[in-house]
Design a protein around this ligand. Structure first.
Ligand code: CA
Ligand code: CA
Length: 235
């Protein structure tokens, strides 16, 4: 019986540990291309280069690769439940005016972990023109920078926690601006929102809950003692 209690406890811990968080962002790892994402803003170049879901480790031309540069898969420490996969979203236009990738999502009351990863390919980074990039999820500005301020070929993870007190529709939005030929570029991947808990209400357990808890502890203790006695007799 004691062994059964032990097994039950281990099983309960395994269940708790394996509870895989779900990414509430649709196609947050861009493995389905840009499905579920809306491209916004404008491209004032004579040739248009809309955002594309490029493939990692591919030295292919746009829109399959980053103009011949093989991009390393996102290796940042991300809290996204999604695999890095084989694709990421690439902003590359040289005359982008608030070019964006966005989607809206309903979030119920709760506490959420939000984030994404970003990277600057070296070929774009070497271009004279700068680019500005911002990322906001559910009203939280996670990033807002000029690409020249960072380092090329380094994946960086951005994340925060967001508390939603009452259910509402929220935007996820990445915005890219450039104004010179040729300009720097940005790659993003693993956009995520995961629910990590309820909004804290500082609730005190009900007396009946305490009684059940104590009864549970007592039962386990009793089983433990009984099993030990049996062991001694058997020895
Ligand atoms: Ca991906
Ligand atoms: Ca560019």
């Amino acid at each position: 019986m004691y062994r059964f209690v032990q097994c039950a406890a281990v099983a309960a811990m395994m269940l708790a540990g394996s509870a895989q968080a779900t990414n509430l962002v649709q196609n947050g790892s861009f493995e389905s291309g840009l499905a579920n994402w809306t491209i916004g803003g404008a491209d004032n170049g004579s040739t248009k280069y809309p955002p594309a879901a490029i493939f990692y480790n591919s030295a292919s031309a746009y829109p399959i690769g980053a103009f011949g540069e093989a991009v390393t898969p996102d290796n940042s420490v991300s809290a996204s439940p999604d695999a890095v996969g084989s694709r990421a979203a690439y902003f590359v236009s040289d005359f982008a005016v608030n070019q964006s990738l966005s989607q809206s999502i309903f979030l119920a009351s709760g506490v959420y972990k939000i984030g994404f990863s970003a990277y600057a390919p070296l070929n774009g980074f070497r271009n004279a023109g700068d680019a500005t990039f911002s990322g906001a999820i559910a009203g939280v500005q996670l990033a807002n920078y000029a690409v020249s301020e960072g380092q090329p070929r380094v994946w960086q993870a951005f994340s925060a926690e967001k508390t939603v007190n009452s259910g509402s529709l929220f935007d996820i939005s990445f915005v890219f601006n450039t104004n010179r030929f040729p300009s720097k570029d940005v790659v993003i991947d693993r956009v995520f929102i995961t629910r990590i808990g309820d909004v804290t209400t500082n609730a005190v357990p009900e007396p009946s809950s305490w009684a059940m808890l104590l009864a549970g502890f007592g039962l386990v203790g009793l089983m433990s003692r009984r099993s030990k006695r049996v062991t001694v007799v058997a020895a």
